[in-house]
Design a protein around this ligand. Structure first.
Ligand SMILES: Nc1ncnc2c1ncn2[C@@H]1O[C@H](COP(=O)(O)OP(=O)(O)OP(=O)(O)O)[C@@H](O)[C@H]1O
Length: 246
């Protein structure tokens, strides 16, 4: 059996981001090991999307650095090596699912068969011929995900890919993410849903722009004595609050 990759696909060093004049990420350090699924969890407004935007290089930053696959985030050489799923589906409404995925695939030199495989992976084969503007919100976001998957990027940055999906679809998508990591891809995925923590190799708990914890789930549960990720997170919040002056 080959040993897991030990290099870091993403290195965030003292990242500082201001948005709307507010310090959203004051001073953030993070390492995302290659070939792993790393979950970015935490409350709404905690800075998950901002961090992801910095990793793909679309966020104006105010200090520190973000390195992806050894290159500065956003470098042109990373364009085809990093895939990004935003919370707002980025697909053409007046094209079918198949035409969207084939279009993005063609830009990246992928075949029609590879586009079909990406559609299959997000369980949209039955809707491949449907115009995207006639899909539900969850289907639309899966169509967007297929457009990311078709490029088979080395690093996937997925902002809430399972939001609003039923448990079966969520499980199936997590199987896809696990399969990507098994092939050496790195997946940084954000979620509000704490029970998705069990599917991650590592968990980063982000709150108010700070990393409360960065560890495996077993280590997190050990450290906090909690029974699951949600209770562990609450314990860490309480611990952080008790340290802050009121
Ligand atoms: N365009 C913007 N202009 C100014 N402030 C912003 C902007 N977008 C986000 N923010 C602020 O940045 C902070 C972090 O937002 P961010 O979207 O990164 O959080 P999040 O953890 O991804 O939240 P959610 O889970 O709700 O998507 C929030 O306080 C938010 O109000």
């Amino acid at each position: 059996m080959s040993s897991p990759a030990t290099s870091d696909a993403v290195v965030v060093d003292h990242l500082r981001v201001l948005r709307g004049g507010r310090e959203v990420l004051p001073d953030l350090d993070l390492r995302v090991p290659a070939g792993q699924v790393v979950g970015l969890l935490g409350p709404s407004g905690g800075g998950k999307s901002t961090l992801m935007r910095a990793v793909v290089g679309v966020q104006v930053t105010d200090g520190g650095s973000v390195t992806v696959l050894g290159e500065p985030a956003g470098s042109p050489v990373l364009r085809h090596r990093v895939g990004y799923l935003t919370q707002a589906p980025s697909v053409y409404g007046d094209l079918t699912v198949r035409d969207n995925v084939r279009y993005f695939g063609r830009v990246l030199g992928r075949t029609g068969a590879e586009a079909d495989a990406a559609i299959e992976a997000v369980a949209l084969a039955d809707h491949a011929g449907t115009r995207v503007d006639r899909l539900s919100g969850g289907q639309r976001s899966r169509a967007s995900l297929a457009c990311v998957l078709v490029g088979d990027p080395e690093v996937l940055v997925l902002d809430e890919p399972t939001v609003g999906l039923d448990p079966v679809l969520r499980r199936d998508l997590w199987d896809v993410f696990r399969g990507l990591a098994a092939r050496g891809r790195t997946v940084l995925v954000s979620s509000h849903v704490m029970d998705e923590a069990v599917r991650c190799d590592r968990l980063v708990l982000l709150r108010a722009g700070r990393v409360l914890s960065d560890s495996t789930l077993p280590d997190l549960l050990d450290r906090t004595g909690a029974e699951d990720a949600e209770h562990a997170f609450l314990a860490l919040v309480d611990e952080a609050d008790s340290r802050e002056p009121s």
